[in-house]
Design a protein. Sequence first.
Length: 241
Amino acid sequence: MRNILVSLPFGYGVLRRIGKRLAQTFTLVLVQIWMICATHAAVAEPLRIAALGDSLTQGYGLMQQDGFTAQLQGWLAAHHVDATIINAGVSGDTTAGGLSRVDWTLTPDIDAMIVALGGNDLLRGLSPELSRTNLKGILEVARAKNVPVLLVGMQAPGNYGAEYKAHFDAIYPDLAEAYGTLYFEGFLKPLTDLGLWEQMLTTHMQADGVHPNAKGVSVIVEAMGPTVEDLVNRVLDNSVE
């Protein structure tokens, strides 16, 4: 070995320096590879979407696999949308209830939110202005946390009077425009679009006439799914920016 070193056109000290530089370069390459892998692993994690709502979101009266969030999760998987739906629905919740818990619902690991509240406000005959204020507060929290939102509308029944209905129905499109959220016209609208409501009550609704059955939820999810996919894409677009 010594004879080989002597025959080289440079000394042993040069070899040591070259070896040290190679080791440093190799270490730097390993660090860069690790950072790239870590970044890819982070990107590969599915987005987390909180579905803030009431019994319609929670899945009242249904087996867990038949509820809204479970069926929506299935729709996303079938359409190769990498996102996880978090069920943040509470039966009986009003817009005020949603406002009271939105801050702790939007933990740092939540990337987006679906807001589907207002049905219980209607059942209690609450003032449309109160519902508007509560929903506005929810959207303010989401904006402060930089969380994109899909706002699901709600329509008042005609028995509250034309004025009440006009004021309540306008809440959702108005706020969606003001806060730049995605908007889905109505949670139950995909069912009312199918035909006579009297028929839907027997085929797509539970016996209480308020909550959709598993078949009804599947229709709702099929209609809303593309807008939820748009919500995922909005999150991805924001992350690129």
